[in-house]
Ligand binder design. Structure first.
Ligand SMILES: C[S@@+](CC[C@H](N)C(=O)[O-])C[C@H]1O[C@@H](n2cnc3c(N)ncnc32)[C@H](O)[C@@H]1O
Length: 414
């Protein structure tokens, strides 16, 4: 690991601030996990500070509007963007998911780009980074009330509507819920395009709550009593919440004085060099790739795709780190290839002074624990990257195995 002198990420020199020695362990507070630092102490301190922000309120701005598995903590994203970039810089999150880094970049006046292979992720990120002024938000609320009134009327009059689901998929809903959702969807489809795109995501945000599925990440049946009209009520409540969250985001953007809506693209991290060809190099990457063998993102959103008419074929084929694809020794080699190629993609678009910070947890490939920071250190040189610093914290493993660690890994081009 070599140190990098100069550049934007250098921490402010605070009088009396004590630098941690390499490898030093220290507790954040009595109950907070210890942070283990390696590499450049100054950059390590920035990473440690970002971990400290894990204790802050995660519901600011538009962050809590729609669930998404393994969302990044907004405080952590904000701390990294703030401390490792300057106004005017361009930030990239090539695994942007629901857009946490992009929302924080906006609130800090940074330009940003988001990439993800999940079409639903991009639709959520689009809504979360939408800016609507007061008058437009008022119109949005009026439209929401109109939709809800028409949906209630359909329920009262028992108007039939067709859900775009096959019988296997339809069994995840009680009959009356299915009908109510189908009616609501038909009303949404009548809206002009810009409104339709937003209300489809409001609709998506309530699906799990009214289905028989336990949660996004647990595809097990659970019993929920959903009375007639409740789906519409939840829909309206969510729309109101979104309006309030948009107001917060607008306020934050006004405070910072510049407005940069992120550019979003559906794509594979390994295609970054082609996707970014001819564009300015990136100043800072802040991202959280999938943790090896932990999730199957494509399955976690299975309930939502058919309602929204989204086709997740590319995610099914190109999702990296997917639990379903990583088995045995071959799985370990595959994950090495996937992560190595992802690092190469990121290195290719980073400017000469640019940095990348990965939030990556140890993976589990069947019985094998994959130590993420060791793996990145091993793969970085052939990807054209060098590790600057690593901050690691232990995380409880609820499957009963020994604790895993989660790492913030700062890299630069080598
Ligand atoms: C840990 S999640 C990111 C969550 C995000 N930081 C947030 O706060 O919502 C990892 C993301 O990687 C995406 N992904 C998986 N394979 C990918 C690939 N090959 N290229 C781009 N994105 C990919 C998944 O769709 C998922 O959204």
């Amino acid at each position: 690991m070599s140190d990098r002198k100069g550049g934007r990420g250098r921490p402010p020199k605070k009088k009396g601030a004590r630098r941690p020695a390499a490898g030093e362990r220290r507790a954040l507070s009595q109950s907070a996990p210890q942070t283990h630092l390696r590499g450049d102490p100054e950059v390590g301190r920035l990473l440690e500070r970002a971990f400290e922000r894990l204790e802050g309120n995660p519901d600011r701005l538009t962050h809590a509007f729609h669930t998404y598995p393994a969302k990044m903590h907004p405080g952590l994203a904000s701390s990294l963007v703030r401390s490792m970039s300057a106004p005017g810089d361009e930030i990239l999150d090539p695994f942007c998911g629901s857009g946490t880094v992009l929302v924080e970049a906006m609130a800090l006046g940074r330009r940003s780009r988001g990439l993800d292979l999940n079409p639903l992720a991009l639709r959520i990120a689009e809504v979360k980074t939408t800016l609507r002024g007061k008058a437009a938000r008022k119109r949005f609320l009026e439209t929401a009330h109109g939709l809800a009134a028409r949906s209630e009327e359909r329920v009262r009059a028992r108007v039939d509507a067709r859900a775009p689901l096959d019988p296997e998929e339809a069994r995840w809903y009680s009959g009356h819920v299915l009908k109510e959702l189908a009616g609501l969807r038909e009303e949404i489809l009548e809206l002009p395009d810009e409104d339709r795109r937003v209300f489809e995501i409001v609709f998506s945000s309530i699906l799990m709550k009214v289905s028989k599925q336990r949660s996004d990440t647990a595809e097990r049946e659970t019993t929920r009593r959903i009375r007639k009209g409740l789906s519409t009520e939840l829909f309206l409540r969510r729309a109101r919440e979104l309006e309030e969250r948009w107001a917060d985001l607008s306020h934050a953007c006004r405070e910072v004085g510049t407005i940069h809506r992120p550019r979003l693209a559906l794509g594979d991290v390994r295609e970054l060099p082609q996707l970014m060809e001819g564009r300015e190099p990136i100043d800072l990457i802040v991202t959280s790739p999938p943790y090896a063998g932990t999730y199957d993102y494509v399955d976690h959103h299975a309930r939502r795709y058919p309602w929204l008419g989204l086709e997740p074929t590319r995610l099914r084929e190109g999702e990296i780190g997917a639990r379903r694809a990583l088995k045995g020794q071959e799985g370990l080699q595959r994950w090495d290839r996937e992560l190595g190629d992802a690092l190469r993609g990121m290195a290719a678009v980073l400017g000469p002074d640019g940095r990348a910070v990965l939030l990556l947890g140890d993976g589990q490939i069947e019985r094998e624990r994959v130590e993420a920071e060791r793996q990145v250190e091993r793969l970085a040189p052939s990807a054209g990257l060098a590790v600057i610093a690593v901050a690691s914290q232990a995380r409880r493993d609820y499957s009963g195995r020994r604790d895993r660690r989660e790492h913030l890994i700062a890299l630069r081009r080598s």
